[in-house]
Design a protein around this ligand. Structure first.
Ligand code: G4P
Length: 506
């Protein structure tokens, strides 16, 4: 069985993803610090050293992928930027993982961005392990947090541990499986790794713990792997509490590389051919280098450096001589990689998001979605003689996955759609730098879009009534441009013979 675990952390900004990532990397031995690994300051410095390396190499792939090892398991942690730089990349990254850790702030519960990312995981039934963070601080009642997860996400919750008190009252964490208690120690109340088997749990917590133990479904591997049940861990990333238990849970329960859909077929990780798909392309922001790194999720086979792979978009093979593997501190040149691994492939724009790479050029992975844009803007050209260049640029960039483009049925203006503001900034700067097109973005009357499907007659009828809200995407498919979410529900109700879809497979 494969020893790869390829996962992402999903959370709302500030819930503690960065802190937890650092702790996972430290425990996995990926960041080697001289001396103690306690000081957060030291961990911070380690991180910035590593960013300097990235800068010197002129390409910022910092923390896009982090690989670490522990007890014979190789973990590939894929970063899902969750801050201002939220973009479609974030969503697509989730198509390249086999499981996700959902970090929740113990005081805040499920927040909007956690929920959005969760919905994307659900599209592909990605199994979720929940980590309730910051139990060293005053938080909500853990029952309330669990009920919220269960209700808001329609997910069974199965606590594997329980915090004994919180904040000032915090006594430690009881592990249900081993019946041991981990306690904070020393003046800084950090977790030093001791587990106390005979720990007397203060009487006043006895009832609560009994209720917690008995009141929720037992862990069920099958249900977890289907994305129907989440095991819940409690801890403090800052104080390094519960992190070991979390890593153990990922090692033990998170699925090894899963088969990936390719049309009617499922491509198994055991297939005797290297196959993979590109889920992200990172352009070098340095205008002197047109280099890009395409991130390939390997689906099957054993990759060897120098191997020839055929990109589906190109049709002729390319030799992959300098692939990049992502060990957290140094990016190492990959010699071999297995199913579940991520390989960075430097290229000059030949590889695009959604492309399949394979040895025999027979497989086409499907299911890499486009997501309904949440920000829609009209593109205003400064120099009207550049219409052609603009169209070419928008087509290229939408193919690359930077933005989505919509061509309204009425009017000549192009509309671009994104899920995060940063994508718009990237668009404008790349239009200028690479296509010499100066453009500005103006508000559009639309708030979101839905891909419409149905039989030709129904579509035609819909089109005749809604010309002003109709556009075509890059592939010429019909898109309903909605002024508000209400607009969408109204049309959905009014047109039962049509489907309005928030995602579209590439
Ligand atoms: P993010 O990547 O999800 O945005 O969160 P990040 O790890 O940056 O953490 C956000 C803030 O929460 C940080 O505080 C961090 O120290 C704190 N934090 C993370 N985990 C825990 C925890 O388990 N317990 C407690 N008490 N705090 C935690 P900050 O003040 O914004 O940053 P800093 O000044 O500490 O760097």
């Amino acid at each position: 069985m494969s020893n790869r675990r390829t996962f992402a952390i999903i959370s709302h900004p500030d819930a503690g993803k960065t802190t937890l990532t650092e702790k996972l990397l430290l425990q996995g031995g990926a960041i080697h610090l001289a001396g103690e690994v306690k000081a957060r300051g030291a961990a911070r410095r380690a991180r910035s050293d590593w960013m300097k390396i990235e800068q010197q190499r002129g390409i910022s792939v910092t923390s896009s992928v982090m690989t670490f090892e522990r007890d014979g398991i190789t973990f590939n942690l894929l970063d899902t930027p969750g801050h201002e730089d939220f973009s479609e990349d974030t969503y697509r990254t989730l198509t390249a993982v086999d499981s996700a850790v959902m970090v929740i702030d113990a005081a805040k519960g499920i927040e909007p961005q956690t929920r959005k990312l969760f919905e994307v995981c659900r599209l592909r039934s990605v199994p979720i392990i929940t980590f309730v963070n910051k139990v060293d601080r005053e938080g909500r009642d853990p029952f309330e947090t669990l009920d919220e997860v269960a209700d808001m996400l329609a997910l069974d919750v199965s606590p594997q541990m329980w915090p004994i008190g919180m904040g000032g009252e915090f006594e430690g964490i009881l592990d249900f499986a081993t019946e041991t208690v981990s306690r904070p120690e020393g003046p800084s109340r950090e977790f030093l790794g001791k587990r106390d088997a005979d720990a007397a749990i203060p009487e006043r917590f006895a009832d609560e713990i009994e209720l917690a133990r008995g009141g929720y479904p037992e862990f069920d591997l099958e249900a977890f792997r289907h994305g129907d049940l989440t095991p819940v861990y409690f801890g403090s990333a800052l104080k390094n509490f519960g992190v070991t238990e979390l890593i153990d849970a990922i090692a033990r329960y998170a699925p090894p590389p899963r088969p990936q859909p390719a049309g009617e077929e499922q491509i198994s990780p055991d297939r005797d051919e290297v196959t993979g798909f590109i889920f992200k392309v990172q352009a070098n922001m340095d205008p002197n280098h047109r280099d890009r790194i395409a991130f390939m999720r390997q689906v099957s086979g054993t990759f060897k450096r120098g191997m020839k792979l055929t990109p589906s978009g190109l049709g002729k093979p390319i030799a992959v001589h300098s692939p990049i593997l992502f060990f957290a501190q140094d990016r190492e040149l990959a010699d071999t990689a297995e199913a579940g691994d991520i390989i960075g492939i430097p290229n000059h724009g030949t590889l695009r998001v959604g492309d399949t790479l394979s040895e025999r050029n027979q497989v086409r992975f499907t299911g890499l979605p486009n997501f309904a844009p949440e920000i829609l803007r009209r593109v205003q050209l400064r120099d009207p003689t550049k219409t052609k260049q603009l169209r070419k640029a928008l087509d290229d960039l939408s193919e690359e996955g930077v933005i989505q483009v919509f061509y309204p049925d009425i009017g000549a203006q192009h509309i671009v759609g994104v899920v995060g503001q940063l994508q718009l900034e990237v668009l404008i700067s790349r239009l200028e730098a690479e296509y010499k097109v100066e453009a500005a973005l103006e508000p559009s009357p639309f708030a979101t879009a839905r891909w419409i499907k149905g039989d030709a007659k129904a579509l035609e009828e819909f089109a005749s009534f809604n010309r002003a809200n109709l556009a075509r995407d890059r592939d010429g498919d019909f898109v309903f441009m909605a002024k508000s979410p209400w607009d969408v529900s109204y049309q959905v109700e009014k047109n039962p013979e049509l489907t309005f879809s928030a995602t579209k497979e590439r």
